[in-house]
Design a protein around this ligand. Structure first.
Ligand code: NAP
Length: 238
């Protein structure tokens, strides 16, 4: 959240932060979301997940006005991503696509393997790669012969949440390896889902952790917020 606040300041985006106590009830949180939904000076709303156990995450996500949903987690925005006609894309998969584009890597016709199928990373990531004409395989904890699948990948996205899970021998020579994972080790250091040292020996391109996808996620949040300002302005004028 600190980094997101700082990014807003750097971009000149006005932001309000509500650091609510853990005892906040679901009704109180819904009331705040409703107030912000109706506040014309606010274009984008982000509820930092996870929420405490006594609050239902789905109810909270569904309460955010889809036009202000800069995380793109609301079912309306999820559906729009599915059909390929969207305003907002979840920030992490959007950041991955931006990295691929800026690096001059073509997705069209490539074998793309996404390891992880969460609603916030794996699934939207697969859709975005598909929209760019990649041939996409999505792997998860029940996938059999995972290494066989990952070794097929021209573009491999790891979003598993297990430190150093993807090893060099699971990667095809020259593949593009994008590590979404952010795992805190016992020594306090961050590490990704890809074992960087063995992977970089085979990969054609690879993202580090920290410093790879993480900063892109925040950049895409800023992009979504600017889009939201435009969408809400247009909506008001209609
Ligand atoms: P998540 O909700 O825990 O999902 C993890 C996915 O990995 C699940 O689909 C799970 O499969 C799959 N998985 C678990 N064990 C596996 C195994 N042994 N083999 C194959 N697949 C396995 O995590 P997430 O929210 O997507 O996040 C993934 C990672 O990205 C985490 O490290 C998180 O911290 C990081 N992250 C980073 C950013 C960023 O800004 N860079 C943003 C969001 C998340 P099942 O569905 O079968 O359980």
């Amino acid at each position: 959240m600190r980094n997101k606040e700082r990014a807003c300041e750097e971009c000149g985006i006005y932001s309000e932060k509500y650091a609510l106590p853990v005892t906040t009830s679901q009704e109180e949180l819904l009331e705040l979301i409703n107030t912000l939904n109706n506040k014309s000076s606010i274009s984008g709303i982000l509820v930092q997940l996870p929420v405490p156990e006594h609050i239902d995450e789905e109810t909270i996500i569904n309460a955010i006005d889809p036009k202000k949903d800069v995380d793109a987690f609301h079912p309306v925005n999820v559906g729009k991503i599915m059909v390929g006609n969207y305003d907002f894309v979840p920030c992490t998969p959007a950041g991955v696509m931006e990295l691929i584009k800026e690096s001059g890597i073509e997705v069209k016709g490539k074998e793309c393997v996404v390891v992880g199928r969460s609603n916030i990373v794996g699934k939207p990531q697969a859709m975005l790669l598909l929209h760019q004409n990649g041939t996409v395989t999505v792997c998860h904890s029940k996938t059999k012969n995972l290494a066989e699948k990952t070794r097929q990948a021209d573009i491999l996205v790891a979003a598993v949440g297990i430190p150093n899970f993807i090893k060099g021998d699971m990667i095809k020579d020259g593949a593009v390896v994008i590590d979404v994972g952010i795992n805190r080790m016992e020594n306090g250091k961050l590490c990704g889902d890809v074992e960087f040292d063995s992977a970089e020996k085979v990969a054609g391109a690879i993202t580090p952790v920290p410093g790879g996808v993480g900063p892109m996620t925040i950049a895409m949040l800023m992009k979504n917020t600017v889009k939201a300002a435009i969408v809400n302005k247009t909506h008001k004028e209609e």
